[in-house]
Ligand binder design. Structure first.
Ligand code: FAD
Ligand code: SF4
Length: 489
């Protein structure tokens, strides 16, 4: 432990961010690095607790608590405090294949369960993680490290999001010949197309893919498995298949007027914006410029739509959510070390507040009908207020609270309803009642022989850190299946 009294002497220092009014003029990352002296202070705040709750990675009541990758947080905090950055990097890479992603976009369940957070703001774990990996790349410490020997076994990974990439990385290190198939034109899943550049610049995804290619992994883009190549053909060539195809089936808003022009699903909208940026299109194809924009869905995907529409020059933005406004401090039913369900200003909400003068979120609102003109063009949305019965969790409409919002663009960010239907039929795998691939956690075997499943396709929409953890665990199961033993962690 670096400094025994650090948590008493020093305060938390937040990751610095660029000023909202400045950053909305570009598409670059909004967060900035912490100077080394501040990182040392943050690391000194770590108490090196007997039981490091920050790394337990357990599902408690309100979701995951602690780091699902069981990152060795107290150990690398100590190394950073001592100025031993290379040692910190080695410790970090033992458990996390891609800290350059999690250090930027993880909601940091580790910090919600940090012991310091019982009475003080948590240790800035995520900032330290980002600094360690960024330094590793800047110093040239991260180099291709192909396996010394090959096993002669071949594995096909279907889907190149964080789950598929982590699984591929681990299996390649174990000596198997790995091919990653991706139906899109670029590798990365939602890391590439979905999560906006302001949160994660795409150069870091491409840098990691190049590193993995140099270590011997083959990447095939523009190949929709099950359609362009059948499951049977894949099974003839590969010893095992891993389905890491995500959970991209959108939850629809099926109300009258849905066919109006100007209503878009969130992920295709965000994807188009990123594709325009990457291909150098000066204009955004699907632009909110000059429009009154309504976003249906109060979650993080909706927030990413707020930030994107803002940069495109929307006239106004309102984000509608069915749930109520979160409380400002942990409720009695949400104690430490659970993930704290408290009100937060996300980067997108800070930006909207700076540009329009108010938080764009409105609560307890349910959509009733899309309004349109004779040309089928969207003109607005009729809504109604709802209230929640705390004992049953049910929402009911409050009579007389209808309201009409003017809108020329609506973005639907109402969540996801599991994996896409084609996966179950094309790969002949059973599904759960949540419309995900039926493969028990810890084993990851589907109902089809030699076919494994991981990430959102198995687990439902989750987090990048959870997807990486599932990819790693699945690699261990595949390795054991192929070799009869495994040395993978
Ligand atoms: C807009 C948005 C923002 C998000 N922001 C965050 C965030 O800030 N932090 C966070 O932790 N999590 C975030 N998430 C959640 C996170 O991105 C996902 O949980 C994670 O990416 C899941 O990883 P995955 O590998 O299972 O699937 P995905 O990332 O969805 O990747 C699946 C891949 O499989 C490919 N595929 C599907 N079918 C086939 C096929 N038949 N053949 C070949 N390829 C196929 C898809 O094209 C896709 O590339 C966000 C999600 C969304 C939608
Ligand atoms: S991956 Fe996420 S939960 Fe784990 S240490 Fe990093 S920020 Fe925390």
């Amino acid at each position: 432990m670096g400094k025994a009294t650090g948590f008493i002497e020093y305060d938390r220092i937040q990751t610095p961010v660029r000023k909202p009014k400045e950053r909305v003029r570009d598409w670059n990352e909004y967060s900035l690095p912490l100077p080394e002296k501040d990182l040392t202070i943050q690391a000194a705040r770590c108490m090196d607790c007997g039981v490091p709750f920050c790394s337990i990675g357990m599902e408690i009541k309100n979701g995951v608590s602690g780091c699902p990758l069981h990152n060795l947080i107290p150990e690398w905090n100590d190394a950073v405090y001592r100025g031993e950055w290379k040692e910190a990097l080695e410790l970090l890479l033992k458990t996390n294949n891609f800290p350059e992603f999690t250090g930027r976009i993880c909601p940091a369940p580790c910090e919600g369960s940090c012991t310091v957070a019982i009475s003080e703001p948590a240790v800035g774990i995520k900032s330290i993680e980002k600094a360690i990996i960024d330094r590793g790349f800047a110093e040239g410490w991260i180099k291709p490290n192909p396996p010394k020997t090959r096993t002669g076994k071949k594995v096909a990974i279907i889907g190149s999001g964080p789950a598929g990439l982590a699984c591929a990385d681990q299996l390649n290190q174990a000596g198997h010949q790995v091919t990653v198939f991706e139906k899109s034109d670029r590798i990365g899943g939602l890391l590439m197309y979905g999560i906006p550049t302001m949160k994660l610049e795409k150069e870091s995804v491409e840098r990691r893919v190049e590193l993995m290619r140099a270590e011997g992994i083959e990447f095939v883009t523009g190949m929709e498995c099950g359609k362009d190549i059948s499951a049977d053909e894949l099974k003839k060539t590969y010893d095992c298949l891993v389905l890491a195809t995500g959970a991209s089936k959108p939850r629809e808003v099926s109300i009258p007027g849905r066919e109006a022009l100007g209503i878009h699903l969130a992920v295709p909208y965000l994807t188009q914006s990123i594709q325009d940026l990457l291909s150098g299109n000066a204009e955004q194809t699907l632009s909110a410029k000059g429009k009154n924009v309504l976003i249906i869905g109060g979650g993080d995907t909706g927030a990413d739509c707020v930030a994107t529409a803002l940069r495109q020059g929307a006239e106004s933005i309102v984000q509608l959510g069915r749930r109520g406004k979160p409380v400002s401090e942990r409720a009695a039913g949400n104690p430490w070390p659970e993930y704290p369900l408290v009100f937060q200003m996300d980067y997108a909400h800070e930006e909207a507040d700076a540009v329009y003068g108010h938080d764009p979120r409105e609560y307890f609102v349910s959509p009733v009908e899309f309004l349109k003109d004779e040309a089928n063009q969207l003109t607005g949305l009729k809504t109604i207020q709802v209230s929640r019965d705390e004992s049953t969790g049910r929402y009911t409409e409050v009579p007389g609270t209808e309201r009409i919002y003017r809108a020329e663009m609506v973005l639907i960010a109402a969540g996801f309803a599991g994996a896409t239907d084609d996966i179950f039929t094309n790969f002949d795998v059973n599904q759960t009642d949540r419309h995900t691939i039926d493969a028990a956690k810890g084993f990851y075997r589907s109902s089809s022989e030699r076919v494994f499943a991981c990430g959102d396709a198995r687990n439902g929409q989750s987090l990048v850190v959870t997807a990486i953890a599932e990819g790693r665990e699945t690699a261990r199961e595949v390795d054991f299946y192929l070799m009869g033993e495994t040395f993978l962690p």
